[in-house]
Write a protein that binds this ligand. Structure first.
Ligand SMILES: Nc1ncnc2c1ncn2[C@@H]1O[C@H](COP(=O)(O)OP(=O)(O)O)[C@@H](O)[C@H]1O
Ligand SMILES: [Mg+2]
Length: 319
């Protein structure tokens, strides 16, 4: 790492008021603890209610542990660019694109990368129209999720028109602005961590998570007793290589920088559709990325330091 971190005031930015706040707190506390073992100046900074302008006098570099809306979607990235504070991970454009599952799916489709077929939920369409479009284009069951969501929050399976109607009616009272409906792909959730290590973009061992719940939902993600994780995932070498290559392609496709986690489903027929890319992946000590790093023989402290280094290798933002 070329930058002398001992002279840098490091701010670990977290929270805000995104629905993913809880995960963000876990990421930030673990990352700050690991960094403060070696670096003299590490500060945990909650984005909720903060005067962003004050950051310019307070920190020299930001490690972003802010997941979801407000923290992962380009807004905080734009603010930090304006303040000339280097920050970890992707810049404004890739953050905004990565947060928007529909845009990523459209780009992936254009690049011939498999992603579940989908129908957009237009706010101007009636529920009856949307249900009919889903039935005609996708059949049942389907999977409904917010376009800019995360952590499986507000996601649901609908097995027939009746269930889809109920799910869509419920979404009208939720904080997310847009939803999409995907064909339901039965399969094992697999994630690929992408990380820049000493200036080179690499992939970490693949992580798979099986659950007896209906899908890899919020509970399965937050309660270790509700999932069986395998890392490296038990996959034939060729499949694992293909998945890693796909993750790198998606990372580069949206112009992501430094780190990301690309989520896939592996179905029994060999299909491996890409679900989404996370540009600020969870960084908690027992989270997916840390598990992947451990499988690669990388300590949690080293993972966090590699993440921090990405703040200094990002090219300047040119829209
Ligand atoms: N099309 C789908 N078919 C079946 N399950 C899905 C589908 N999309 C998502 N899921 C389930 O929901 C989980 C979270 O989906 P994902 O698209 O990664 O959103 P999030 O941003 O909430 O993590 C997946 O791991 C999987 O269990
Ligand atoms: Mg996901």
């Amino acid at each position: 790492m070329s930058v002398d971190l001992s002279s840098q005031r490091i701010g670990v930015l977290f929270g805000g008021n995104s629905p993913e706040r809880a995960g963000s707190v876990a990421s930030a506390e673990a990352a700050a603890k690991a960094l403060s073992m070696e670096e003299p100046s590490v500060e945990l900074i909650d984005l909720q209610g903060i005067d962003l302008g004050s950051l310019a006098d307070r920190i020299d570099v930001a490690l972003l542990a802010s997941h979801g809306l407000g923290g992962e979607d380009g807004k905080i990235q734009g603010a930090l660019d304006t303040l000339y504070i280097p920050y970890t991970g992707s810049g404004v454009k890739a953050s905004a694109v990565g947060m928007h599952k529909l845009t990523v799916k459209r780009m992936a489709t254009g690049a011939m990368i498999d992603t579940p077929r989908w129908v957009e939920v237009h706010p101007s369409h009636t529920t009856v129209t949307t249900v009919s479009m889903a039935r005609q284009s996708l059949g049942f069951p389907v999977f409904v999720k917010p376009v800019s969501g995360g952590g499986s929050l507000e996601a649901a399976i609908a097995r027939d028109e009746h269930e889809l109607t109920a799910v869509l009616e419920r979404t009208r009272t939720q904080p997310y602005a847009e939803y999409l409906i995907e064909e339901f792909v039965p399969g094992i959730p697999c994630s690929v961590g992408v990380l820049e290590v000493d200036g080179k973009l690499t992939t970490l061992p693949i992580h798979s998570a099986e659950t007896d719940r209906e899908f890899y939902d919020y509970e399965a993600k937050h309660d270790r007793a509700q999932r069986r994780e395998t890392c490296p995932a038990d996959l034939p070498h060729l499949k694992a290589t293909r998945l890693s290559q796909l993750a790198l392609r998606v990372h580069r496709l949206i112009g992501a920088h430094g780190l990301s986690r690309v989520d896939f489903l592996l179905d029994p027929c060999g299909r491996m559709p890409m679900l989404e890319i996370n540009t600020v992946p969870g960084l908690s000590e027992h989270g997916n990325l840390a598990t992947m790093a451990a499988a690669a023989g990388m300590s949690y402290g080293d993972l966090v330091r590699h993440v921090l280094a990405t703040a200094f290798t990002k090219p300047a933002y040119v829209p």
